[in-house]
Design a protein around this ligand. Structure first.
Ligand code: AMP
Length: 346
């Protein structure tokens, strides 16, 4: 069980309390300046200098994306030249905009339905990608469809029949629609993105991705993003990309500078008690507790609720609408503790 305090926390009282009862290791994260100077020698060019067009510059400024992250600065020039990209970057690096911006820019120049398809390993990630694309493409009237398991097929078929520009999908459900939804195909697809390719393959989506690759045009652009380059990812890369450019950013520091990280070494049998104590001492903060199993997530959420904490579980055995409901309640502040398995790790 690990714990993330999702807002700035009162480090003094927290560490003082815990020093008396258990071993505590603190780890100070570098400031953004320290992190960036350690990885880059000169500042990144601006989005405008990278060749991003005005409607997207406006959206970037309204999202307060003032300057490109390293992966964006590395990938955008090649992507805008039309090259296939392998991006070695983790969540938190800004990789979503790194692949979304070139797609949106080309879509602006040549608007077409079913222009791009983005494959993600989890439903939550698909929703987040879609939200970011819609925010970046807000001035262009971009239409996105989210095609993930756990939601009604019929609603998704209707969404696909409206010919969205971009489909963000988990592979299994996309394949279901390719097989069973009349009139839907990706025959005119121009861009394919395989996001978090290592996780896609860890979740055994490899065979389904192979089937999807067979029914989409070979003449397309492909972006593959992965946090790690395993042998399986390299094989997928060979099967799906043509003469790609590899861009890689240092992912040594990926947490925000305000996040305080602690390691608590405590006896296994006392974990729940310590968690409750911690929840109490940090009750002014919102909190995500990660658990290894669905059962632990459910059990801890119940314990916390019985003790009057506003906790909500989030795990893969909940229905998709319950999962989205839990996330919304947590994000809006309606619940202060989210007890989650790694479906919530983004
Ligand atoms: P990602 O790695 O794509 O999940 O992005 C991590 C976070 O960084 C998301 O909350 C994005 O909204 C944010 N982000 C992406 N690009 C930028 C940027 N250029 N400036 C500031 N924030 C960004």
């Amino acid at each position: 069980m690990s714990l993330v305090v999702a807002s700035e926390c009162a480090s003094e009282s927290f560490s003082a309390d815990y020093n008396s009862s258990c071993t505590l290791t603190t780890c100070k994260m570098p400031s953004p300046e320290e992190a960036s100077t350690s990885t880059a020698t000169k500042p990144n060019p601006t989005f405008k200098e990278l060749g991003v067009i005005d409607p997207l510059l406006d959206a970037l400024s309204s999202l307060s994306f003032t300057k490109p992250t390293d992966i964006q600065a590395e990938a955008l020039p090649y992507a805008l030249q039309g090259r296939d990209i392998i991006g070695v970057a983790e969540t938190g690096s800004g990789k979503t905009a790194a692949f979304a911006l070139p797609i949106l820019q080309k879509l602006w120049e040549d608007p077409q339905p079913l222009f791009a398809c983005i494959l993600a390993p989890t439903r939550e990630l698909a929703y987040q990608i879609s939200q970011q694309i819609e925010a970046l493409g807000s001035g262009m009237g971009v239409r996105c469809a989210i095609i993930v398991g756990g939601m009604p097929m019929m609603d998704q078929s209707i969404a696909l029949s409206k010919r969205p520009h971009i489909v963000v999908a988990t592979p299994g459900r996309l394949h279901d629609h390719l097989e069973n939804t009349k009139g839907f195909s990706l025959r005119n697809l121009k861009y394919l993105v395989l996001d978090e390719a290592d996780r896609l393959l860890d979740l055994d989506f490899g065979p389904i991705i192979d089937k999807i690759l067979k029914v989409i045009p070979k003449e397309r652009h492909t972006y593959l993003f992965s946090a790690t380059m395993t042998a399986k990812v390299a094989k997928l890369q060979r099967a799906s990309l043509v003469n790609p450019v590899r861009v890689e950013v240092s992912t040594k520091y990926t947490t925000v500078p305000t996040l305080l990280q602690y390691y608590l070494f405590i006896p296994y049998v006392q974990k729940d008690v310590h968690l409750v104590h911690l929840a109490n001492s940090l009750s002014q903060n919102s909190m995500i507790v990660f658990t290894r199993t669905v059962h632990d997530a459910q059990r801890l959420a119940l314990i916390l609720r019985n003790l009057d904490f506003s906790a909500v579980p989030l795990h893969g055995q909940m229905s998709q609408s319950a999962r989205l409901g839990a996330l919304t309640k947590f994000k809006s502040g309606g619940r202060s503790i989210l007890v989650a398995t790694d479906v919530a790790s983004r």
